[in-house]
Design a binder for this molecule. Structure first.
Ligand code: ISL
Ligand code: CA
Length: 555
């Protein structure tokens, strides 16, 4: 099969609100992004995924869109967007836009009409049902807490919202909705953008009859029961046929609830649906087995390895993987699987990067990950802006399942705001993000974790990422090599090989701060070391704290 450009690419994700402010209002914006494109180019990334920049009342920071063909006021104008796109292309950077079409904002003109009356021509753009015994039509819960149904007095009916009340779900079973979405997508593609990251695209086809589901700890059934619904692949194939196939794009579906088997359709190499998906299985590897994502972290390296290895093995030659540790919804990976301790932070950040970037698939780097940025030391619930962790905290608190102190602890570990504190550009006031008051606080560690310092220092995390990206460009074995896990049960070491013809790599990662006894397989002893996070090779039979090394063997 001919290589696709996105198979050798590395994507850099920007969360525009937190990346770079240009006018001192404390909110990142498009001119700010434009001014930092050279930095992303210098890192070596090939494409940028831009979290939503469309017109939005910001109930969920841009994931609630009120006009798909206009720009959020705080972020600038369409002219600012065009200038950014033009400069990105001139630098050789592709632009992948977020596409949020499972739902719109309740302030979108479609929804304003839809809720106006039962016989409005746009009524069926959304999902309306009558209540059941004076309550919601079924027991589905919103991802952000509470019921997934909102009552609307005007017509005495409920509308479905798998996310916030201000994010009503679009009715994809209505062919007119699909026409509208597809023509909007085409409008952006005509502008010259290079792809879409499709927000919760796995949820667009709801189960027939909208039946009750099994209730979870808060009494509601998880929104994930809408994943991979009856017409999911049919609608994506229609989108592909009518829109995507006319261009050469990177498309990545954010697929909450996707299984490996489903991914083989979504991301099939035959190109009939999408280029790849974001799966969530590995993100759940440290969730509490019973109490789930908001309870204490339960790290389990063998489980993490089993999940990632299964995806590596099973998609090889059939579909394409995406590779990620971080994004705007996840806590920072250094705080999660690495170490925040001064003496280990950078070493662990490089180890985590090595482990991910040497796998098969397209790696994604979330802004600041290339610096080893960490979670924020929240001290109060009032500091939190994130609608998801707040909504779930409120549910758990109201049911007596989480005290306020535990809530703060949970926020430190899990809130999406950990990823959303401003990008740390330099050691100066507000980390060079803004001259005003930042919309979320700047992490106090920006005085020693920042881009200016790392770009200057050759052994920084930034330069390490740069090297990993360069290796993917140079070596086919990094792009296409077959994957094999070694030491599956080892509680602290993640070891795997990649093999392509005569060439093979051994990737060795120590996920702990203690020394680990480990003999590398004989065939790799004395082999060339491609990249490592210690200056000297490991003493025979041992791996040092957070050590990572990649050995290369030919023939
Ligand atoms: O990752 C999750 C929680 O941290 C999942 O529960 C869930 O799939 C995710 O929240 C869905 O994310 C996407 O859609 C949301 C938006 O808030 C997120 O920022 C976006 O990435 C609704 O549009
Ligand atoms: Ca601004």
């Amino acid at each position: 099969m001919a290589e696709k450009w996105w198979q050798r690419s590395v994507v850099y994700q920007i969360y525009p609100r937190s990346f770079q402010d240009s006018n001192g209002d404390g909110i990142g914006d498009l001119p700010g992004i434009t001014s930092r494109l050279e930095y992303i180019r210098a890192l070596g990334a090939d494409a940028i995924w831009l979290s939503p920049v469309y017109k939005s009342p910001n109930d969920d920071n841009g994931y609630d869109i009120s006009d798909y063909q206009d720009i959020m006021t705080e972020f600038g104008t369409m002219a600012d967007f065009d200038a950014m796109l033009e400069k990105a292309h001139a630098l050789g950077l592709k632009i992948v836009m977020d596409l949020v079409v499972n739902h719109s904002s309740d302030e979108h003109a479609w929804f304003v009409e839809s809720r106006a009356s039962k016989d409005n021509p746009r009524r069926d753009y959304y999902i309306w049902r009558a209540g059941k015994n004076g309550a919601a039509p079924n027991n589905w819960g919103s991802c952000f807490g509470g019921s997934a149904w909102a009552y609307d007095e005007k017509t005495d009916m409920y509308y479905l919202h798998l996310f916030s009340k201000k994010q009503p779900d679009l009715n994809w079973d209505n062919p007119v909705v699909r026409d509208e979405v597809f023509s909007m997508m085409d409008w952006w593609l005509q502008k010259g953008i290079d792809g879409f990251r499709m927000d919760v695209i796995s949820l667009i086809s709801k189960p027939a009859g909208l039946p009750d589901g099994v209730p979870g700890p808060t009494g509601y059934a998880s929104f994930e029961l809408c994943a991979n619904g009856p017409h999911e692949h049919e609608y994506l194939r229609e989108m592909n046929r009518r829109v995507l196939s006319k261009y050469d794009l990177l498309t990545v579906g954010e697929c909450a609830g996707v299984t490996l088997e489903e991914a083989k359709s979504y991301a099939n190499l035959d190109g009939s649906e999408l280029s790849m998906v974001f799966q969530f299985e590995h993100m759940g590897a440290d969730f509490h087995p019973v109490l789930g994502r908001y309870a204490e972290q339960c790290k389990n390296l063998p489980k993490l390895k089993e999940i990632l290895s299964r995806w590596q093995r099973e998609l090889d030659g059939v579909a394409w993987n995406s590779l990620y540790w971080d994004n705007h919804d996840q806590p920072r990976i250094v705080s999660r699987y690495g170490s925040e301790k001064e003496e280990y932070r950078e070493r662990s950040a490089k180890m985590l990067a090595t482990c991910l970037h040497m796998m098969q698939g397209t790696p994604y780097i979330y802004q600041g990950e290339e610096l080893g940025m960490t979670n924020y030391p929240w001290t109060s619930i009032d500091q939190i802006n994130d609608i998801e962790s707040l909504g779930n905290y409120r549910d758990l608190h109201a049911r007596g399942l989480m005290t306020e102190a535990e809530g703060v602890e949970m926020m430190r570990r899990r809130s999406r705001d950990n990823a959303r504190t401003p990008m740390q550009w330099d050691a100066g006031e507000n980390a060079g993000f803004t001259t005003g008051t930042p919309w979320l606080p700047v992490n106090p560690n920006h005085t020693f974790i920042n881009a200016a310092e790392q770009v200057k220092r050759p052994d920084s995390v930034f330069h390490y990422y740069q090297k990993l990206i360069a290796l993917r460009k140079e070596l086919d074995v990094v792009v296409y090599g077959h994957y094999r896990l070694l030491e599956p049960e080892h509680p602290a070491l993640f070891v795997y090989t990649r093999t392509l013809g005569e060439e093979s790599l051994l990737v060795v990662c120590n996920f702990s701060e203690s020394e680990q006894a480990y003999q590398i397989p004989e065939e790799y002893r004395g082999a060339e070391i491609l990249i490592a996070n210690y200056e000297s090779p490991a003493p025979a039979g041992t791996l040092r704290p957070w050590e990572a090394a990649v050995y290369r063997r030919r023939g």
